[in-house]
Ligand binder design. Structure first.
Ligand code: ZN
Length: 259
């Protein structure tokens, strides 16, 4: 066992039990994680917008969407930047005491990095299948490079499933990408004995969503097939804090590091 990193948080944007559970025998890492550890469903309350930037921002700031006020990547025609969001994130707070790194947290575009540098494929916005595959591969190489450097806390977020599922929900390619993520998890989780694996929201077919988060078609006229669902996934290993809503992740990290 390598186990060098005290705490590892892996975010998987838009990961849903709706794909994982019926296909669990094809997802050996998820299967092992679920069987051996705590897993749960996070149900986003009615006050949630079910928009990725808002939820990732809550998760790592400990603030509700109402408190931090950040909902979308673009506000008043301008791309929102880190400095426009008036919160302290977990990395801002723990940086004095710990070596904490965050890679590709998608509360802004391109996704945010803390104490590391990374340039995502196509600013992390492409939904082309080859780009999405490359995006997962490149991010995993970078994640392993950071993990090998032995930080105290490492946070990494994969946002490819969100981009894929909007256009391919219900198609076999979706499971292929979950298998790819499963293999990534297998490579990353051996670095730490304290794990949190979480999605910001789930996914469903378009008409099924409580709130439609995107238009029917994108700017190229391509039809969107899926949308965000209010049920997110959670798997934790050796985390002694109950995570019931996104902002609890902030307190769970704080709690673990203060023990
Ligand atoms: Zn999302």
């Amino acid at each position: 066992m390598i186990l060098m990193v005290k705490l590892l948080v892996i975010g998987i944007d838009a990961a849903t039990w709706k794909v994982i559970k019926p296909n669990i025998d094809q997802l050996p890492t998820f299967k092992k994680l679920i069987n051996e550890n705590h897993s749960d469903t996070i149900v986003l309350g009615k006050d949630y917008t079910i928009l990725s930037p808002a939820i990732w921002c809550s998760m790592f700031s400990g603030k509700s969407v109402e408190e931090h006020g950040h909902k979308k990547f673009v506000k008043d025609g301008k791309i929102v930047e880190r400095k426009d969001i008036n919160v302290k994130f977990i990395w801002d707070i723990l940086n004095d005491k710990y070596d904490i790194r965050a890679l590709q947290v998608p509360f802004i575009v391109p996704p945010y990095n803390f104490n590391c540098n990374y340039e995502p494929v196509d600013y992390g916005l492409s939904y082309d299948i080859n780009d999405l595959e490359k995006s997962i591969d490149n991010l995993t190489l970078k994640a392993i490079e950071i993990l090998e450097d032995n930080p105290d806390i490492f946070i990494v977020v994969y946002n490819e499933l969100d981009r894929l599922q909007h256009f391919h929900w219900g198609e076999p390619i979706v499971l292929e990408f979950y298998k790819k993520i499963d293999r990534v998890l297998n490579r990353l989780i051996k670095y730490s004995d304290k794990l949190t694996i979480i999605s910001d929201h789930g996914f469903c077919s378009k008409g099924e969503a409580r709130i439609q988060t995107l238009p029917d078609k994108n700017d190229k006229g391509e039809e969107l097939k899926g949308d965000h669902h209010e049920e997110a996934i959670l798997i934790t290993k050796n985390i002694n804090y109950t995570i019931k809503k996104p902002e609890d992740v902030f307190y769970a990290i704080l709690n673990e590091m203060e023990q």
